[in-house]
Design a protein around this ligand. Structure first.
Ligand SMILES: *[C@@H]1O[C@H](CO)[C@@H](O)[C@H](O)[C@H]1NC(C)=O
Ligand SMILES: *[C@@H]1O[C@H](CO)[C@@H](O)[C@H](O)[C@H]1NC(C)=O
Ligand SMILES: *[C@@H]1O[C@H](CO)[C@@H](O)[C@H](O)[C@H]1NC(C)=O
Length: 473
């Protein structure tokens, strides 16, 4: 079979799993040499837009809309956590109302025994993996809420799965560990399943029960591997705007019960992805690999690594940026911008498309880049809140000065020029940054990450990256 590369994090991804090796179903320590690969499909791909053609311009408007909401939610969540971790977890859902509408990639996922296939948004900003499900109502449970009841063809029938194992409400797991995931304290009998009630900032809500389940991934040789005791949310009631064409969320956040943490622990403590330029190739296939990338994705240049700051900004994948240079000139940016302890800091996110920079960094980068494109006619794109767009007729990308993101340990990330002077519409390019009011979280988005292989080594606390065409051969 063909195995390839990967897409990463901050987005929603549609994934279909292909596994590189077998025998994964055995003991934990034997898993280290194995990996599974899930296919990631961009949310704008024809199969998820019901084949409605969508122009480059429309896509950009949509991506920006989601980016801005997502950045607002992430910032709010972080502030709330810092102010009061306890009440914050009650006030602010982990995956906020609009959060899941924002993931950019989708993957397919098989759940239960016998298994049923679902399409999930892959999101590095969410920590719970949940699917539309039928459980309490089908058992005549009094806690079943008829309002908002999931009523569609593709739904997980939990009682029919022999591996569905609800987390009991009296357990420590429910009472303590899942509190961050909005577990409820009601516990009429010890074996009542641990219920959750996500209240989103936009008023929508997902209700259901937590369970351990078995999820399967197809091996590349056509066989299957199974992961046991994966925590999933069985959402049997959902009130709010519908998730178009998808059945739930795959959470890849940096938290204990996320799918990323679980799958990575099984497969050597790491996962990786390589995202193909989705602005120019909408139907390109991307992959996320749990385990070691054994040449599934070829790299074409030096491999670099920097420390992954797993505790700096809870639930996110933070990196320690100390500066940005453009055309070999280090820009003057105050260090507080990069300091997570004073409200700054930088994360790498697959669910955000563009790159957000805290104001002082944004201004400096824009000033430095504008000079190089100032001879092209400036244009304004309807509905696109990007500061600088221009008519790209006759434009030659090789003349764009090199932008380099510098890390505190000396590592440098050199994105491809078309990742920051982005194709916005026919004949139009824009400088691909958005400002965030200081103090603010800076976010390296998925467009900036394109055509690089990114490995999140959670065990070794390293982010490894190398340029790549994201191809396997
Ligand atoms: C669920 O899985 C966790 C390990 O991830 C385990 O500690 C717990 O006992 C399991 N609970 C049930 C009800 O299967
Ligand atoms: C992507 O779509 C284009 C046009 O629809 C088609 O020509 C091309 O073969 C597709 N590429 C892949 C990899 O499916
Ligand atoms: C862009 O400029 C480079 C160097 O100046 C040149 O080699 C290349 O052919 C140009 N590309 C186009 C498309 O004009």
């Amino acid at each position: 079979m063909k195995v390839k590369l990967i897409i990463l994090v901050p987005f929603m991804v549609l994934v279909s799993m292909v596994v590189a090796q077998q025998h994964v179903d055995q003991m934990q320590h034997q898993h280290d040499s194995n990996s599974i690969t899930l296919e990631l499909i961009h949310r704008h791909a024809p199969q998820f837009t019901n084949n409605h053609p969508i122009t480059q311009h429309q896509r950009l408007v949509d991506l920006l809309y989601h980016d801005i909401i997502r950045h607002g939610i992430m910032s709010h969540r972080r502030r709330a956590k810092e102010e009061d971790p306890l009440t914050a977890s009650i006030k602010m859902p982990l995956a906020s109302g609009r959060d899941f509408g924002i993931g950019q990639y989708i993957t397919s996922f098989k759940v239960g025994t016998p298994s049923q296939k679902f399409w999930l948004i892959v999101d590095t900003g969410s920590d719970l993996t949940w699917i539309r499900c039928r459980y309490r109502c089908s058992r005549g449970d009094r806690s079943c809420t008829r309002k908002g009841r999931i009523n569609r063809k593709r739904v997980f029938h939990a009682p029919l799965s022999s591996s569905f194992s609800p987390v009991p409400c009296f357990s420590e797991m429910c009472k303590v560990e899942l509190m961050n995931l909005f577990s409820l304290t009601t516990c009429p009998t010890p074996i009542t399943p641990c219920a959750y009630d996500y209240r989103y900032s936009d008023g929508s809500a997902a209700m259901g029960v937590f369970a351990n389940e078995t999820v399967s991934a197809g091996l590349t040789n056509g066989r299957k591997t199974r992961l046991h005791n994966v925590l999933i949310g069985c959402t049997d009631s959902f009130q709010g705007p519908t998730l178009q064409n998808v059945d739930g969320i795959m959470g890849l956040a940096n938290t204990k019960y996320s799918f990323a943490t679980n799958a990575a622990a099984t497969f050597g403590g790491k996962f990786s992805y390589c995202l193909v330029d989705h602005l120019s190739h909408l139907n390109a296939t991307n992959y996320i690999i749990f385990g070691t990338n054994r040449n599934q994705v070829k790299v074409s240049g030096n491999t670099r690594h920097t420390q992954l700051e797993l505790d700096a900004i809870p639930s996110f994948y933070a990196v320690n940026v100390i500066g940005i240079s453009v055309g070999n000139k280090m820009l003057e940016i105050p260090m507080q911008v990069w300091d997570a302890s004073v409200g700054g800091g930088t994360i790498i996110d697959s669910g955000t498309s563009l790159t957000f920079l805290a104001d002082p960094a944004y201004q400096a980068v824009m000033e430095a880049l504008k000079v190089s494109v100032s001879k092209y006619q400036r244009v304004k794109l309807d509905g696109v809140p990007m500061e600088y767009c221009f008519n790209s007729e006759g434009f030659n990308g090789s003349l764009v000065p090199k932008l380099i993101i510098h890390f505190n340990d000396g590592a440098r990330f050199e994105p491809h020029w078309n990742s920051y002077v982005i194709a916005a519409a026919a004949g139009v390019r824009c400088l691909g940054f958005l400002p965030a009011r200081f103090p603010a979280l800076s976010v390296i988005g998925n467009i900036m990450q394109q055509n690089y292989l990114w490995e999140f080594d959670l065990k070794g606390k390293r982010l490894v990256f190398a340029p790549s065409s994201c191809n396997s051969s």
